[in-house]
Design a protein around this ligand. Structure first.
Ligand code: NDP
Length: 399
């Protein structure tokens, strides 16, 4: 019996719900809960009420509410595709009820733009004692990029030394400015200081200040900027031979100009301000006026290219490989009515969930994706819409 409860009804959830609904052999019953019931009902209509058999309103900031819902639904697994703020209350509810947990982004407190694994790793012993599993960061990056690293380490190297994760969106949604996933989370991530790992310690950089022009298969050359991204933290912990690990994301000039203006006028701040007798958070207000990322799918053209450059030693010789996926915005829209950023997050979450409910990846405790054998997950990426390539190449990065 693999009854799952999905929490969240946004862009990523839309993909998770529809992909799970296509696979009754893995998920025989799907239940969907979120803050806004009407969004769950709309998704239920799209995915089919025979597959999404129950929809519920829940405030997932409140662990007791989630626990009550879990008791009512009795799922084997909760798939959390709400926001990072809800990670801990949902994990608390899973602990209380003895149900497995999966998410796609690590916890961050609402009043501080800071994300790290410490809060969730602190649940490891309690999950272990309870005999339940949490799989953290099961999207594309984090998620597939962690699995790509584990796959490279297993099949191509004796020791890995240099890691550069690259995330390129070569698509065009036709809007002057929009984010491809939740605007609040996205803008908090890219406006914070950059950070990378080198020679056993973290080094910080000013936000969006380090640039490389990289050539992406299927897309071409794009300006790519160093950011801190959460998978770096877990990967350097689990692959201690890594000497340097960095993360790069592409941004166009138009995007950066808008972002700079919004920052300069204070619209990206998370400090509440008084407005006509109310307290409002500028970034939350900005989210309300920006396009909903889910609405970008129609007419979105072009490809994403996300992958991992790994350099290391094999039989005493240094070599570099690049493992990557290209994903086509228009093809995602045709398949599930989503753009490629939601799709590349939602499909791995579905695959991660399938690996858990089938017992391929099942171990009590709190785990990151690279801690499991990568092979079956990699097969399922090919099978369910995210085919990948591996090329041996020269590293495009200087030492
Ligand atoms: P959306 O904003 O589109 O969706 C979030 C959903 O969560 C909404 O339906 C929202 O409800 C719901 N929600 C928010 N707060 C609560 C609450 N307190 N209780 C119940 N439901 C709540 O975001 P996305 O779909 O774009 O992103 C979802 C997650 O995926 C995020 O955590 C994001 O960081 C992660 N992500 C991960 C990536 C990866 O590669 N690993 C890449 C992209 C995203 P409402 O509809 O009422 O607002």
């Amino acid at each position: 019996m693999s009854r799952v409860l999905i929490i969240g009804a946004g862009g990523v959830a839309g993909v998770v719900v529809k992909k799970c609904a296509m696979l009754p052999e893995y998920f025989d019953e799907i239940h969907l809960a979120s803050r806004t019931l009407s969004k769950c009902e709309a998704l239920q209509q799209e995915a089919g009420a025979d597959r999404v058999v129950g929809v519920y309103k829940v405030d997932a900031d409140i662990a007791a509410e989630v626990a009550a819902l879990i008791r009512q639904v009795q799922p084997v697994l909760v798939i959390n595709v709400a926001l990072p703020y809800q990670d801990l209350p949902i994990m608390d509810a899973c602990l209380e009820t003895g149900v497995h947990y999966l998410d796609t982004a690590n916890y961050e407190p609402k009043d501080e733009a800071k994300f790290e694994y410490s809060w969730q790793w602190a649940y490891h012993e309690r999950f272990k004692e309870k005999g339940i599993m949490a799989l953290l960061g099961a999207g594309f990056d984090p998620g597939v990029t962690n699995v790509f690293t584990a796959y490279a380490a297993k099949h191509y190297f004796d020791e890995i030394h240099y890691l550069d994760i690259v995330d390129c969106n070569g698509g065009d949604h036709g809007q002057a400015f929009a984010t491809n996933f939740n605007p609040e989370i996205n803008i908090r991530e890219i406006t914070q200081r950059g950070k990378y790992w080198e020679n056993g310690e973290w080094h910080e950089t000013d936000p969006i200040s380090v640039r490389e022009d990289l050539d992406y298969p299927g897309v071409g050359v794009r300006a790519s900027y160093l950011l801190f991204h959460e998978e770096l933290e877990s990967i350097v912990k689990h692959f201690p031979t890594i000497k340097r690990a960095r993360f790069w994301m592409t941004f166009g000039e138009q995007y950066l100009t808008h972002l700079r203006v919004l920052e300069n006028v204070g619209m990206t701040s998370i400090k509440p301000v008084d407005f006509q007798g109310h307290k409002i958070v500028p970034l939350e207000f900005l989210k309300a006026v920006l396009p909903n990322p889910g609405s970008l799918a129609e007419g979105y053209t072009g490809l994403t290219c996300i992958g991992t450059y790994v350099t290391g030693l094999k039989d005493g010789k240094e070599k570099t490989i690049f493992i990557y996926n290209n994903c086509d915005h228009a093809a995602c829209n045709a398949e599930v009515g989503a753009q490629a950023v939601s799709y590349t997050t939602g499909v791995p979450a579905m695959i991660g969930a399938s690996m858990m409910v089938q017992g391929h990846w099942m171990k009590a405790g709190v785990w990151n994706m690279e801690q499991f054998d990568p092979d079956e997950f990699m097969n399922r990426l090919n099978q369910y819409g995210l085919p990948w390539q591996v090329v041996e190449c020269d590293s495009p990065f200087k030492r």
